[in-house]
Design a protein. Sequence first.
Length: 139
Amino acid sequence: MLRNTNKGPKEVSGISNPHPYKGKEVNRRVLDTLSALIRLQELEFKTDFAKKAEKRKAEAEIDRCKAEVDPEVLEKYEVLKQRYGQTAIARLERNTCSGCYISVPLSNLTSLAEDVYVCEHCGRMLYKPDDAYHKAGIG
């Protein structure tokens, strides 16, 4: 079982409101592995960069997000991204994986990193939105 060894949030400049905090007032820093992974997924699948400068800025932010994530977790994300695309990281809502829609009992959750779990059915990375909002100080 992998665990995040980061003790606290790291400052990252240029990070705008990462999903799942869209439209909410949030500190401009990566809060943890979860936030970096969600933002990384969001950036990698955004295809409508209007200008080259926007694309370069996004690529730089992708690199910063990758630097925040433990290499073993990042490797697992890359494998899942190849398999599931935009749904490599899914929400766990009402004890159900939003990727495969199968119930996952909380007692069976395997922790990959702080606030990042693994679906025992499809293998996707899972996060609980309520925990993410609480950690960000919103909701």
